[in-house]
Design a protein around this ligand. Structure first.
Ligand code: IPE
Ligand code: IPE
Ligand code: MG
Length: 247
């Protein structure tokens, strides 16, 4: 798409109605690579570049929370070689982007059980969270070894722990309280969920949080997800009539 066309799209965005929290299932890296007779890891590498771009675009649009699904609890089923490649890319991403992210006042947060990650990526992720913990422009929430069902169990266990300790009572449990016991405790629910790659499913992503989220699907593969697609998703979102069960 030409620069002018991209600008034209951007100008259609209503800056008074920007989704507060956007969640993205970054899918289609493997197929993008296959189409080009490249190894799947090449697709993940190109996908990482789109992460760099999209974080920048999100910041410019004043999006306050950006959740990215990077590695699911089910992705461990993949060949070890691919898992190793993904972990290497994660480490590369943090090492090369952390300074810029920090300068941009972005806070990195993770959802998922990172204790199961190999030592190097786990260390890099912890360092990034610690360094950026006081940043306030945007929260970049990355799903790593993340699964929606896993998260719900994690929340239940945390609640039970607090009941045992006498901090809360069983009768205190409400949907709002529960949302304080899961990974996204300091984040509002997503307003917009984007899934490229043509799949029309959630693949275990943010099951508790997306009760009233607007969905936007596209056939484009994640490595092709340039800023214009982000603008298109937001423009579509702004046409939706969100009723939350009301009239
Ligand atoms: C998304 O792309 C990246 C991860 C799941 C880590 P895929 O690797 O799932 O790509 P496809 O869906 O096989 O094309
Ligand atoms: C979802 O994509 C997980 C991530 C994007 C990290 P998958 O490629 O793992 O999902 P399925 O297997 O197509 O449902
Ligand atoms: Mg996939």
């Amino acid at each position: 798409m030409s620069k002018d066309k991209v600008l034209e799209l951007r100008n259609k965005i209503d800056f008074h109605n920007i989704p507060n929290h956007v969640a993205i299932i970054m899918d289609g890296n493997g197929r993008w690579a296959k189409k080009r007779f490249l190894p799947r890891t090449a697709g993940h590498q190109e996908g990482m570049k789109r992460v760099m771009d999209i974080v920048e675009v999100a910041k410019k649009l004043n999006i306050k929370y950006l959740s990215l699904y990077a590695f699911s609890t089910e992705n461990w089923k993949r060949p070890q070689e691919e898992i190793d490649g993904l972990m290497k890319i994660l480490v590369y991403y943090i090492r090369s982007e952390l300074e810029k992210i920090h300068e941009n006042n972005i806070r990195i947060q993770v959802m998922g059980d990172i204790t199961k990650l190999p030592k190097t990526p786990k260390g890099e992720v912890e360092k990034a969270m610690e360094k950026t913990k006081n940043n306030s422009k945007m929260i970049l929430n990355i799903g790593l070894n993340y699964g929606g069902r896993d998260e719900i169990i994690y929340g239940i266990k945390n609640i039970l722990e607090d009941i045992k300790m006498g901090k809360i009572d069983e009768d205190d449990i409400t949907t709002e309280l529960f949302s304080k016991y899961i990974y996204t405790q300091n984040l509002p629910d997503p307003d917009l969920l984007i899934r490229p790659s043509g799949e029309l499913r959630l693949s275990n992503f943010m099951l508790y949080q997306i009760a009233y989220t607007e969905f936007w699907f596209s056939d484009i593969y994640w490595p092709d997800f340039k800023e214009e697609y982000f603008y298109k998703a937001i423009i579509d979102y702004q046409k939706r009539n969100r009723r939350f069960g009301g009239i």
